[in-house]
Design a protein around this ligand. Structure first.
Ligand SMILES: *Cc1c(COP(=O)(O)O)cnc(C)c1O
Length: 432
């Protein structure tokens, strides 16, 4: 299997190169050259496979030639070793809880797989990689946890000092070993600028094997197909069309669902559930893709004004609006509606959703008012990660999950650094 860049069909690379580069040199996103059809026997019996077994079946065609069958097996059982509950919230409406991984957000699926893939690609050789990540919170914690103790791999996380939650800071800074953190005395944009400049600094980039673990990386995208397969496996016996409502920001999650569907998974329709950053719902309405500066909301992991995976979706739909519309319906909800959604779920069904999941639920309810389907909304984060928003709405204190307790007791270890590139480069060299 080869992968092409969405900016140039002739820019074709193998799996290992696509993973190491992350973004193609022409700034396009990598896509599989052809999307393989899965075996009918497997598709009819997904419900009988465990989570790691499903992962092996669906990821095999993409990694073939680079990762052996035995390694793929180890890698999948190691990466996907947590629960994936499908909770029936009301009749025919399910919450697929993607937040039972170690950092309590769905980004664990992608980060844990990518970390192990990169470790494997580097194993035995003298290739060393240094992952540089700029984060406003969730991505940094998932990458830190995913790459913890992966051989031949260092991770340096840049976060804006004083601008992430205590929980997020603890998750990024208390691991030690191959994970280091830089608290940048600026905002998220400063962190991102320093990382981008480091990649362009050839001496530095080559000497330390700098790589990005950005969410556009193919090795983070592909494993996100896993939970769509798993949920369909649990629901398809009921015989109704199955639809997924996907709380979306950069649209990696929804794109993975589209690829799963193209591999033969029977998904009838997708809902693009957005907050006030409604670039894709607007595109579906007007046919115009118009990126805008992002707007701050209470579902902040979806505050994206220029969703990069539009390029991938456009490529899957041959750039045709009618094909987009056949497969996706867009919805957008503001913060007040999101809070009402959280309150409604709690009052009616005693279910506690986070702000992202609540938007998924609201979109689903609107669609299901006129469609007789089985609906699944993706619950992308544990409500505790957004306790400042959730607790006042449900008027109840959330309980800290056991998995977080040891982290909260450890001291923050981070190096403080200014926002000039010279200072950052010197600090980085000192660490590596
Ligand atoms: C990243 C994230 C999203 C958005 O996912 P995309 O793949 O960028 O659309 C939604 N919810 C949570 C909690 C996230 O961390």
């Amino acid at each position: 299997m080869k992968f092409y860049s969405t900016n140039n069909n002739a820019n074709i690379v193998a799996f290992d190169t696509a993973v190491r580069q992350g973004l193609a040199y022409d700034k396009g996103l990598f896509m599989p050259e052809s999307i393989p059809d899965l075996d009918q026997e497997f598709l009819a019996n997904i419900g009988n496979y465990s989570l790691p077994e499903v992962a092996i079946e669906i990821l095999r065609p993409y990694v073939q030639g680079h990762i052996s069958e035995a390694t793929l097996e180890t890698l999948c059982s190691d990466a996907f070793n947590f629960e994936l509950p499908l909770v029936e919230v009301e009749t025919n409406v399910y919450s697929l809880e993607l937040y039972h991984g170690p950092t309590l957000a769905f980004k664990d699926f992608g980060a844990r797989f990518m970390a192990r893939v990169l470790g494997e690609l580097n194993a035995g050789g003298d290739q060393q990689n240094t992952i540089l990540v700029a984060t406003s919170g969730d991505t940094g914690s998932a990458v830190a946890s995913g790459f913890y103790k992966v051989p031949n791999t260092r991770v340096v996380i840049l976060y804006p000092k004083g601008k992430v939650s205590t929980l997020q800071e603890k998750q990024m800074t208390t691991l030690g070993e191959n994970i280091s953190a830089l608290a940048i005395e600026g905002n998220f944009d400063d962190c991102q600028r320093l990382v981008k400049q480091a990649f362009l600094d050839k001496d530095l980039a080559e000497k330390y094997g700098l790589t990005s673990a950005n969410s556009i990386n193919l090795a983070r995208l592909l494993p996100q197909m896993l939970y769509y397969f798993y949920a369909v496996g649990k629901l398809q016996a009921a015989g109704k069309p199955i639809i997924f409502s996907v709380p979306s920001g950069n649209y990696g999650n929804l794109t993975a669902g589209l690829i799963a569907s193209k591999m033969g998974l029977p998904i009838d329709h997708f809902l693009a559930a957005a907050n006030a950053n409604k670039i894709i719902p607007e595109y579906l309405k007007t046919g115009k893709f118009e990126p805008k500066p992002s707007i701050k909301t209470i579902s902040n992991a979806m505050d994206v004004g220029d969703p990069s995976n539009f390029a991938r979706m456009n490529s899957l739909f041959d750039g045709e609006l009618s094909k987009f519309r056949r497969k996706i319906t867009g919805y957008s909800f503001n913060d007040a509606e999101t809070r009402d959604g959280i309150a409604f779920l709690k009052e009616q069904y005693n279910y506690i959703a986070d702000p992202h999941g609540a938007i998924g639920y609201l979109a689903l309810k609107e669609y299901m008012a006129s469609h007789n389907v089985t609906g699944v909304f993706l619950e992308t984060a544990h409500p505790i990660k957004f306790r400042e928003e959730v607790e006042p709405v449900i008027q109840e204190q959330l309980i800290l999950p056991d998995i977080l307790k040891p982290v909260m007791d450890k001291p923050v270890i981070a190096t403080t650094c200014g926002t000039s590139y010279e200072e950052f480069a010197a600090v980085l060299k000192g660490m590596l």
